[in-house]
Ligand binder design. Structure first.
Ligand code: ACO
Length: 433
């Protein structure tokens, strides 16, 4: 816990006053410590959606939503995205500092040596229908890892925690690629240790036994950047889900499976798929005003996916760098004039000037461009969210480890404002109206 400030907050309630300690943060807002409020004042705080609630201490990721800043362990995301690579970022998130050469080599070797999955897991896939969404498969298979790797499920053993972390980061690309292969009826492709992390994922998705697949460096670099940009994002819905599941002592594989389930929703990780679908539905630039009109209409539940963010009330810094990758990939493929990219760019331009979007501070988020890149790389939309889950696994693991090491951590147990019936007598069915 950070140090207590000399100032405190005073709550006046029913003629009494309660002093609440204030803790300072190294960046961002201070926090009012309300842990004893219920005990002392017999009230709960009420914050659906946790818009004003800090659920933990964390030193991993910092977001300044007002100014559109994102730091991993203090390093700006733009610098990492342009100069680093995914496994180095994984090391940074997990251990707190950038690795030296030796540390990086050792980490890369450890991850690479764990990329294969237990051969019996293959049979598990066959239990799914062919048309199952890869997220459904990923959720089930990751949860099932705890049935295969008993030697790394004891959360109280630091060595087992470490092994589980490496296993999760190493195996998730294999699991996601297998889910894809299964859904298209092709044989599973085993990981290759002579490839980097992103290239290995591409070859597991796109090579077939009948033909070699040559990984293109423009494509693998773009994918690696997508992985880096999605690696962590402080206490978002899926990360909080992982922490909450982990707070009961559940094993890491079960916790990550819970995170995957949460990420699947269209308001969270599912937005990249939903965003590309909307861009395709719009189809041509002349139809954009019709969709802007729908987004502005309060009586229409339609939302422009890829716009808006709970925390960023400014341009999402990840959107800026991902846009460069979209240009690079489409340039390379010679599809820069693709209608969908034209629609995306024009939609962004119009939305950034539109009163409604300006007033509500709805800027493009990372998902706005990631779908365009992933499609250009050859992925179907159903794989977009599994790729997000793959990238975020390291963030979930880093946050889970941090939570277990936190001395103030206890089982997460929110309370509620009860709005139901007060006590009433049971009525026999024969006496009910
Ligand atoms: N299109 C149109 N209107 C929007 C949009 C949008 N994309 N996003 C928010 N609004 C409007 C809401 O209707 C609301 O209007 P009101 O004040 O008249 O009621 C206002 O802006 C505030 O929206 P909230 O939903 O209250 O904001 P919240 O912070 O809860 O939601 C969220 C953030 C879920 C991301 C939202 O902006 C959204 O649904 N965006 C589209 C989905 C999306 O792109 N998600 C990806 C997020 S990034 C990620 O997970 C990696």
């Amino acid at each position: 816990m950070t140090k207590v400030k000399s100032e405190s907050a005073t709550l006046s309630l029913k003629g009494k006053s309660f002093e609440l300690p204030v803790h300072s943060s190294s960046l961002g807002p201070d926090v009012i410590d309300i842990r004893n409020l219920y005990r002392d004042a017999n009230v709960f705080t009420y914050d659906p959606g946790y818009t004003s609630t800090a659920s933990c201490d964390s030193s991993i990721t910092f977001i300044d939503g007002e100014n559109g800043k994102l730091l991993y362990r203090g390093y700006p995301i733009e610098q990492l995205a342009r100069a680093s690579h995914y496994l180095e970022v994984c090391y940074l998130l997990l251990y707190g500092d950038l690795p030296n050469r030796e540390q990086l080599e050792d980490f890369e070797t450890r991850v690479t040596r764990h990329t294969m999955v237990h051969e019996q897991l293959l049979f598990l896939y066959r239990g799914f229908r062919r048309d199952a969404h890869p997220m459904a498969i990923a959720c089930g298979v990751v949860g099932a890892l705890s049935a295969f790797y008993h030697d790394s499920t004891d959360v109280n053993d630091p060595l087992q925690r470490e092994i589980a972390s490496i296993r999760m980061i190493a195996k998730i690309p294999t699991i996601a690629a297998m889910a894809y292969k299964y859904s298209i009826g092709q044989p599973f492709v085993y990981p290759r240790n002579d490839h980097d992390y992103a290239s290995n994922f591409l070859q597991m998705c796109f090579s077939v036994p009948a033909e070699d697949y040559r990984v293109n460096s423009v494509m693998s670099r773009a994918l690696d950047r997508i992985f880096m940009l999605h690696a962590d994002h402080e206490q978002n819905a899926s990360t909080s889900t992982v922490r909450l599941a982990g707070s009961s002592g559940a094993n890491p594989f079960a916790c990550v499976a819970a995170g995957i389930a949460c990420l699947w929703g269209p308001a969270h990780g599912g937005a990249n798929q939903a965003c590309l679908e909307i861009l395709k539905e719009i189809g041509t630039v002349d139809r954009i005003p019709e969709y802007i009109k729908r987004a502005r209409d309060r009586s229409d539940p339609f939302r422009l996916m890829g716009f808006g963010h709970r925390v960023y009330k400014n341009y999402d810094p990840r959107a800026q760098v991902i846009k460069e990758s979209a240009d690079e990939v489409l340039d390379y493929l010679g599809t820069k004039d693709k209608p969908i990219l034209k629609v995306a760019k024009e939609l962004e331009r119009i939305a950034l000037q539109d009163d409604y979007f300006v007033e509500k501070r709805l800027y493009p988020n990372v998902d706005f461009y990631s779908g365009i890149i992933l499609e250009a790389l050859g992925f179907p939309t159903s794989m977009f969210t599994p790729i997000f889950a793959l990238s975020r696994t390291v963030g979930w693991i880093a946050q889970w480890k941090e939570m277990l090491a936190d001395p103030v951590q206890k089982i997460g147990r929110p309370r509620q404002r009860y709005t139901g019936m007060s006590t009433r007598e049971y009525v026999r069915i024969s006496d009910r109206p």
